[in-house]
Design a binder for this molecule. Structure first.
Ligand code: XMP
Length: 517
């Protein structure tokens, strides 16, 4: 394992991902972790991340220099580079000269371990105020910029390396190569972390955890729960039952996709609970978004608990063996809820409003170590179809929060049709990957005047909300081609009764959220 020590910028997750792209397993530890704890995990290498602080700031997070004496290869990046320089006797100046953004880096020494085979001048991404002016004794300076005389150094004998820039950022054109050189050449690690090895490792771990007992899994139709279920199914087969609650708020074809495609690809045992009537009744007369969410979450839990009780009853004497609940928790959730080991302090993450807290199950979380892109790769490895593995995000409360106003069966049907047209056209235009997601929202409480055929109509508008995003925290509206928009508009107003207007949402996030409710 390569440990990435997180000094508080957003870069640590990115670094960990890039290391894994180099097919080396990596995890993140907070910079407050004591060095003996870090070393006790026997890392094959350590990477010190960048961070927002100046090494001169009073409350700057530090690093016990013992980390450099343990014989473990270390790579310092940006702030980590400066900490390293300072700890080992180099000079870091608080000059106020800053470099930010794309910068030209000159490799000043041939035969450098990190820069081998990369151009003498290359573009890198910089973000720093302080700068290193003298490398520690025994270190060779390997690169410089116009502003910074010591932009990289290395000591092959001690296997200590540092660069001022951010190789993990795509703007650093040879960054991945620099990272790989550190891992393979500097630290002598072999690239063995592959999708196949992840599956093998997880299957063995799940078998060891569950033994001959049973597990259940709530399928939501999303990527994470599908891949988690497929993985557990690969490990324990019929000891797993997947429960899919159809709340009637899914999009066209989605329930069938779970029912047919998922089962066909995995052979998993599936229990489908049609609860749409129950959800509709509970939502009657409700138009407040938060209340809708609460009701949908609450009903989901009730239905799921009922299904679970039935399963246990059916299992008869073996019922108490239904001891495990499968969850699609991902590594970013683990990191964001404080990292840590064990499952106790980790939030139970589920995208349908959360499962009950008093649940007496042990959790099986086979995706706890994985980033989203790795989850997709594992899904592919397990033979899940693209429609499931490459699926765009869709909120747990489904179309229930895309009808502004009360949710009724008629309105759901309208919205389902409009949404299906939009998805069809986006796919035909080859834009599925480019677009993060495209909610279609029915303004059910708004009546707009139109003219269709010879008569006036009073219909409803639908809103298109196509966005591009990296992580849904921020987003921009997608610049869809006009002819595509025209096609979508024509089709919706022709094919969906009662909809006589199509509106495009051109708001970024912030200030507008992705969903309307
Ligand atoms: P917003 O609307 O907050 O959405 O910009 C960010 C991302 O979260 C999804 N979303 C939800 N997902 N339950 C979910 O499981 C919800 O209640 C919910 N609300 C929003 C949204 O689709 C987007 O991907």
């Amino acid at each position: 394992t390569v440990l990435v020590v997180d000094f508080g910028a957003q870069y640590a997750q990115l670094i960990a991902r890039r290391v894994r792209e180099a097919r080396v397993y990596s995890e993140i530890v907070p910079s407050t972790t004591p060095v003996d704890e870090i070393l006790a995990r026997r890392p094959s290498a350590i990477i010190l991340s960048g961070g927002p602080a100046s090494v001169y700031a009073e409350d700057a997070p530090g690093m016990d220099p013992a980390i450099f004496e343990a014989g473990v290869p270390v790579l310092g990046l940006c702030y980590g580079f400066q900490l390293m320089a300072q700890a080992l006797g180099g000079t870091v100046d608080n000059t106020g000269a800053r470099e930010y953004g794309r910068t030209s880096l000159s490799v000043t020494r041939s035969g450098s371990t990190l820069f081998e085979g990369t151009p003498d001048r290359q573009q890198v991404w910089m973000s720093h105020g302080d700068a290193c002016s003298a490398a520690p004794e025994g270190f060779a300076v390997t690169a410089a910029t116009d502003t910074v005389p010591v932009a990289a150094f290395e000591n092959d004998e001690r296997r200590l390396y540092g660069v001022q820039h951010h190789p993990e950022v795509l703007h650093s054109t040879h960054g991945q190569q620099v990272l790989e050189h550190f891992l393979y050449r500097g630290a002598g690690i072999s690239p063995t972390w592959t999708t196949g090895s992840i599956v093998e490792e997880q299957v063995a771990a799940i078998r060891a955890q569950v033994g001959s007992r049973r597990a259940i899994c709530a399928l939501s139709g999303g990527v994470d729960s599908a891949v988690a279920a497929a993985l557990v199914n690969r490990a324990i087969g019929d000891q797993l039952t997947c429960v899919y609650v159809d709340h009637g708020l899914m999009r066209k074809g989605e329930t069938e996709q779970v029912e047919k495609d998922f089962v066909a690809a995995t052979g998993a045992r599936l229990r489908l609970v049609d609860a749409s009537e129950r959800f509709l009744t509970a939502l009657k007369g409700v138009s407040d978004p938060e209340q809708k969410r609460k009701i949908i979450g609450r009903e989901f839990i009730r239905v799921f608990e009922q299904a679970q009780a039935e399963l246990i009853a059916e299992a008869g004497a073996a019922g108490e063996d239904v001891a495990f609940l499968v969850q699609g928790t991902l590594y970013p959730d683990v990191v964001e809820s404080g990292g840590g080991t064990g499952t106790a302090n980790i939030k139970s993450h589920h995208n349908v409003g959360g499962l009950p807290e008093d649940i007496e199950f042990e959790l099986v979380e086979p995706l706890r170590q994985l980033f989203k892109d790795e989850v997709r790769m594992v899904g592919q490895e397990l033979g899940l179809p693209d429609e499931i593995v490459q699926r765009q995000p869709f909120p747990g409360p489904g179309l229930g929060i895309r009808i502004v106003g009360e949710v009724t069966r008629e309105r759901l049907d309208l919205l389902r049709e409009a949404d299906a047209i939009v998805r069809e056209e986006l796919t035909a235009a080859g834009l599925d990957r480019e677009i993060w997601q495209c909610p279609v929202v029915l303004l059910a409480d708004v009546r707009s005047v139109g003219v269709q055929g010879d008569g006036r109509t009073y219909g409803h508008p639908v809103v298109l909300r196509p966005v591009t995003s990296e992580d849904a925290m921020t987003a921009d509206w997608s610049r869809l081609p006009y002819d595509l928009l025209a096609r979508i508009s024509t089709r919706i107003t022709n094919e969906v009764p009662d909809v006589n207007r199509v509106i495009l949402d051109v708001t970024s996030k912030p200030p507008g959220t992705i969903e309307w409710e």
